[in-house]
Design a protein around this ligand. Sequence first.
Ligand code: PLP
Length: 349
Amino acid sequence: MIHFRDNVKKMKGYVPGEQPPPGTKVIKLNTNENPYPPSPEVMNVLRGFEGEWLRRYPDPLAGMAREAAARAFGVPADWVMASNGSDEMLALLARAFLEKGRRIAYPVPTYSLYVTLAEMQDASTAEVDYDEEYNLPVEGLLAVQADLTFVCSPNNPSSTVSPAGDLARLAAGLKGVLVVDEAYAEFADGNALGLVSKYENVIVLRTLSKAYSLAGLRVGFGVARPELLEGLIKIKDSYNVDSVALRLAAAAMNDQAWMAANAARIRASRERLAAELERMKFRLWPAQANFILARPPKGDARYLYLELRDRGILVRYWDRPRLDDKIRISVGTEEENRALLDALKPLIL
Ligand SMILES: Cc1ncc(COP(=O)(O)O)c(C=O)c1O
């Protein structure tokens, strides 16, 4: 018999979106990847990579990547910590602040990894409902006073943003730590980085997986005061970001122009796609990320998801309360978005 901890035995575990093997001919609009390639500067560094850089261990604090990120975020280098994807940063936060008898709070529906992390730590969860318009339930979250509060903004899967004023009110009123998961911030009109200098209990998370087209590289960043990062550094793997990732991440962060140009293209495509979906009578929420949450006119989201899948187009569907009548569509290239719309048209008649 294998004796897992009781909470591990009970856990379902996180279920990632479908990842067909490379080379499979599908239009992949289900896991919010960037449809455009990474910066040519990143590919140059990869081509020129020297074996000597692999022979030795990487910098435990990811110096080059962290410094490039700090320049891009406009903060000192010791306010930035690199991680193996922002998922690792979320896991480190759970490990540092949660255990049996402690509590995490987050508004729902949101990124379903949060509950998995709480279950892993055997912590209790307080899920506070967003209203129909996805306004941040500030009072509800303040009433919980959790040890750790996660807010995803732009929120996955609604693509809606929590205004900086609401986040500031939350940060000021919480005794625990506020994590603002900004995996999609580069596609939005504003961001919460400014909160970090005002509130010592705030950490903002960023990733290279979305706007920088590097989901396969696995690099994310936490931005917070050094006192908060200190505790996370203590519990991370010594070499959590490998030498390849570190050098490529630095190159990506140093090419902000490439990222910004692609983010702008995706935003423009998002607006065109949203307008077409609305013409087809989908109910949408104001999208600020590189995806759109859409409720089909007849609410038959599961049917559409399966029919699209049969036609080689993957979108995301969840059989979960408040989401089971909606699909989440990642914004693709103009051609991919057109193919999606063409496939949808006969299905919703
Ligand atoms: C809200 C949110 N946070 C974090 C992540 C994880 O990103 P990473 O690839 O940096 O681990 C995702 C990925 O889908 C996400 O949607």
